[in-house]
Unconditional design. Structure first.
Length: 204
């Protein structure tokens, strides 16, 4: 089972990376890449091993693709999978989660398919991730605020809580409409203006 979005030392999640090179964030695809880089910049500024699961990555990409569509013309699952390069079987399971969360609607038949159940501007990236993958942050499956540390690690709970707050600052302030329009909010883009945010740090 794929773990939570922030799962300390969880081997079942994958690092979400944007394409390297350009720092431009205009356009649908570049907005997705910039969001990946922004999340990576938060990782570089906090001492946690933060990873984005493949399930969360696929869910956001699928929802953003639906945001570009016409609700009167539902998008077929295979069309959606092809547009974002998502394995169809994996996508079908994700869409079930998004439908149960009230983010996506669907119907069967020749004219069937998937569409957003809410305006794209009302659905944040955080909403999609929570629907597909659960809480934004957990440490060994527990809420950061429920942890207790002793001795030299006493303040570690505050570090994990602060990291979750940083994630919320970005993920709750980017909507599917922002991604579909290729225009991320200025306060979110501020995280990309540090050149170091576009570089992956090596282990010491």
């Amino acid at each position: 089972m794929i773990g939570q979005v922030l799962e300390i030392a969880d081997p079942h999640v994958h690092v979400l990376r944007g394409a390297g090179g350009s720092g431009r964030c205009e356009g649908h695809q570049n907005a997705m890449r910039c969001l990946a880089r922004i999340i990576g910049s938060l990782n570089s500024k906090n001492p946690a091993s933060m990873r984005i699961s493949a399930k969360a990555d696929y869910a956001v990409r699928a929802a953003a693709e639906l945001a570009t569509g016409d609700p009167d013309r539902p998008m077929k699952g295979d069309q959606l999978a092809s547009a974002q390069g998502i394995p169809i079987k994996f996508l079908e399971n994700i869409l079930v989660d998004l439908r149960q969360a009230g983010i996506v609607q669907s119907r069967r038949g020749p004219d069937g398919g998937y569409w957003l159940a809410q305006p794209a501007a009302d659905v944040s990236v955080a909403d999609v991730i929570r629907a597909a993958d659960g809480p934004l942050a957990s440490v060994r499956g527990e809420k950061p605020e429920d942890l207790t540390y002793e001795g030299a690690a006493t303040e570690l709970r505050e570090v994990w809580v602060a990291l979750r707050g940083s994630m919320r600052e970005v993920l709750e302030n980017v909507t599917l409409a922002d991604l579909a329009d290729g225009a991320l909010p200025d306060d979110v883009l501020e995280h990309t203006r540090d050149p170091d945010a576009w570089k992956r740090r090596r282990r010491p």
